[in-house]
Design a protein. Structure first.
Length: 407
């Protein structure tokens, strides 16, 4: 329930003033309380204070019930509310981080799992709490050379920022090895940053941990400045978006691409290498960062359609209307909190939508989604119909570079 306005004597407009002073904060005054944002939010039904209600409380100068509500930690950063708002108010990247920052300032604690992820990020430079010394473990025994630029600095065309999950998580390490083979086959000059690579931050900024984010921006920028390269390539769409959208606010403006656009630009070079048919009916899940946020819908489909044997079918909700998997914006560490407070795992709902298409492969292009959807397929009971594969795995299979063929 939205609280009635506090008596005038208790009004505290400091949060609203702080919000209005932030970049992109001013349009919040134009909110007409239409409720489109709350209705469009896939978790809005479970939020006591969805975006519309948060703005109302900020305007009436009474944020205390909002800050103590579980709603503060329920947004998964999917960007649907921002895209749908008729007043183009930046809810996802301005309102939510400000509310969370205020909650932290007032001593509220984020859910325990999320706190652990932040502590890991602070101590080890990755959310998984793994040793930085193991950053290159994914490449053990790999049959193509991996140039570690921190040991052997030299100019390269691209630096591949491998990312946390692709470096450490066994299921994602397979995809990393296959991507390394694809880059090598394309005769690209590429290198990695090995033990020096750190998370770029993203979920920490969305969760009001601006200080931690700033520290990461600073140390990553120092690292990038030590190397000569044309652009950064990333497997993780959240990190790509952080680089594209938030790093420039700190004066760090580096050319970067997510791998789907990078490979789609090389489609003419790739096509003759895609020799083996991958006989499958595939449906593609648009991740929120490359998809809804960056409106990149064609590149992943172009890659999939170039693979012989693949028949592409669409889910009813696709492209900018795709349902979020619930893993972004810190959502990977919020499942317990969200379900405890009346929400549900969006990946479970999404895998049902994928199964309804009749596809036998759900293709993804985000490291979080492999494990999320594989788990959801088991939970929902569609794992005998549907397998989850990164686009990289499907390309590698058609190129004869997949892990299966190499072992
Ligand atoms: S959609 Fe925009 S204008 Fe409508 S209530 Fe939400 S923030 Fe306000
Ligand atoms: S970004 Fe997504 S999850 Fe967060 S409030 Fe907006 S619609 Fe809901």
């Amino acid at each position: 329930m939205v609280q009635p306005p506090a008596p005038e004597a208790e009004l505290d407009l400091s949060f609203l003033e702080h919000l209005l002073a932030s970049p992109d904060g001013e349009p919040i005054l134009s909110c007409m309380q239409c409720g489109t944002c709350s209705g469009a939010c896939p978790l809005g039904h479970a939020m006591e204070y969805p975006p519309r209600a948060m703005i109302l409380q900020a305007r009436v100068g009474d944020m205390s019930p909002v800050l103590s509500s579980p709603s503060v930690w329920m947004c998964v950063g999917c960007y649907t509310c921002t895209l749908r708002c008729p007043r183009e108010i930046d809810l996802t990247d301005t309102l939510w981080p400000a509310v969370r920052d205020e909650a932290l300032q007032k001593g509220m604690q984020p859910p325990a799992e999320l706190q652990t992820a932040f502590q890991n990020l602070y101590m080890y430079g990755n959310v998984l709490g793994q040793s930085p010394r193991k950053r290159l473990k994914w490449a053990d025994g790999l049959d193509v050379p991996v140039l570690d630029l921190t040991k052997n600095p030299q100019p390269v065309e691209i630096i591949w920022l491998v990312g946390c999950y692709p470096s450490y998580y066994p299921r994602n390490q397979v995809v990393s090895r296959e991507f390394a083979r694809i880059l090598t086959k394309l005769e690209v000059s590429w290198g990695v940053l090995g033990v020096k690579e750190k998370s770029l931050g993203d979920c920490d900024r969305l969760f009001g941990e601006e200080g931690l984010f700033e520290t990461l921006v600073e140390s990553n920028n120092e690292l990038f400045e030590r190397h000569q390269f044309k652009e950064l390539i990333l497997l993780d769409p959240h990190s790509f978006r952080a680089l594209q959208q938030f790093y420039p606010r700190y004066g760090v403006d580096i050319p970067a691409q997510h791998y789907v656009t990078y490979l789609a630009e090389r489609i003419d070079q790739l096509r003759p290498l895609l020799q083996k048919p991958v006989n499958a009916t595939v449906t593609y899940h648009d991740n929120c960062c490359v998809g809804r946020r960056c409106a990149c819908f064609d590149a992943p489909r172009e890659l999939l359609e170039a693979i012989p044997g693949i028949s592409l079918v669409e889910m009813a909700r696709n492209k900018d209307n795709a349902l979020c998997c619930g893993g972004g914006g810190g959502g990977m560490w919020l499942d317990a909190h969200i379900t405890e407070h009346g929400g549900h795992r969006l990946s479970d709902e999404r895998i049902r939508q994928a199964a309804e298409t009749g596809a036998n492969v759900l293709a993804v292009s985000c490291p979080y989604e492999l494990s999320r959807f594989e788990d959801s397929a088991k939970v929902v009971g569609v794992d005998d119909q549907l397998v989850v594969r990164d686009i990289i795995e499907l390309l590698a299979e058609s190129m004869g570079l997949s892990e299966k063929e190499k072992t």
